[in-house]
Design a protein around this ligand. Structure first.
Ligand code: AVI
Length: 333
């Protein structure tokens, strides 16, 4: 069974401005300039990210696929009978396929993504490979309130949040997101999350500043997108990519560094950049197995199991949330 994507309504902003415009203008107006990393993923950005996942230096995807494949049976055994697998940020179903192939317990698959573009082609192939699977794509921003498709009824929920995307959120936001996911999935839910690990800073900085400069192009593409969509005049030659591991904050930071003193116009507003001034474009937080379990506990999840190859970790959690007698949901210890 295959259903068309359910599309959630986009967020409205004042005076008909897109959230992209509001966020870009606000980020460039602050003292320490920044841009939200979620805007990397236009068509070119998504294609560049797909190339990043293939780079020798970017171990993240390879490691995660290795861990999922080696432990697929154990992970599959945590999926309750006739459950719905809900993938958050389902760029491609490549990783879900490993779980789908490992157990017959998954009756429905709900890929949730902000962009519907990826869904159609990939899901047609998925339908062919798993003809008995009910597929209910959901196009929405899963960081905001969302309702699961009614078609999955009361099937037990298994969340799947791969790729260490959770690392792109500030830890406090990540805790809030895990709590909100727990509330949405409800009692008895299981969550499988891929999380990148703290490691040698050279390995980390190389993963985000590769020899072929694919990550540099990925970072600079954000300026190209602003030029195209917000009538801006960033000169891409006048900015350079910088990535480094900030050990104190336990995160890789990506920046775009202004090579000279310059002014840039975005939707008629002028922004000044000093030579060497940076736009902070991404944080990628790294955790230990224990520090991530502590974070998940804040979100109401208790550990069931975790697997690691020393570079990357995959965790399984159980929702500690229960329905109280008044019908509200509460987190129990
Ligand atoms: C999507 N996300 C988990 C990637 C990461 O590793 O933080 C994005 C990325 N940025 C540069 N390279 C990859």
């Amino acid at each position: 069974m295959y259903n068309h994507a359910v599309v959630a309504r986009p967020r409205t902003t004042p005076a008909g401005k897109s959230s992209f415009e509001v966020d870009v203008v606000s980020g460039l107006s602050s003292k320490a300039k920044s841009l939200p990393s979620k805007y990397f993923y236009d068509a070119t950005g998504s294609a560049l990210f797909a190339r990043i996942t293939e780079l020798t230096e970017y171990y993240v995807s390879r490691s995660e696929i290795g861990i999922l494949s080696s432990n697929a049976l154990a992970i599959g055994s945590l999926c309750p009978s006739n459950c719905a697998l809900i993938e958050l940020g389902a760029g491609s179903s490549r990783k879900s396929r490993i779980l789908l192939g490992s157990t017959t317990s998954i009756g429905a698959y709900v890929p949730v993504d902000i962009s519907g573009d990826f869904l159609q082609e990939d899901l047609i192939r998925l339908r062919k490979d798993f003809p008995h699977l009910a597929v209910h794509p959901l196009v929405c921003d899963f960081t905001e309130h969302f309702d699961l498709p009614e078609d999955i009824g009361s099937s037990p929920r298994v969340g799947f949040f791969p790729g260490s995307t959770i690392g792109n959120f500030e830890p406090q936001e990540a805790g809030r997101l895990l709590r909100h996911v727990g509330k949405t999935f409800g009692e008895g839910a299981v969550l499988v999350v891929g999380v990148d690990l703290v490691k040698d800073s050279l390995v980390l900085s190389r993963a985000y500043d590769d020899g072929q400069a694919v990550t540099a192009r990925f970072n600079l593409n954000l300026l190209k997108r602003i030029n195209r969509e917000l009538d801006a005049n960033f000169n891409l030659e006048a900015f350079k990519h910088r990535a480094f591991y900030n050990e104190r904050e336990s995160r890789v930071e990506m920046h775009l560094v202004s090579r000279c003193s310059q002014e840039v116009r975005v939707r008629g507003r002028v922004f000044h950049f000093g030579a060497g001034e940076t736009i902070h474009t991404e944080n990628s937080y790294k955790y230990t197995v224990e520090s991530f379990q502590r974070l998940a506990a804040v979100g109401g999840w208790s550990p069931l199991a975790s697997w690691s190859d020393g570079l990357f970790s995959v965790h399984a959690f159980a929702n500690r949330r229960r329905k109280s007698s008044s019908g509200n949901s509460v987190v129990v210890d």
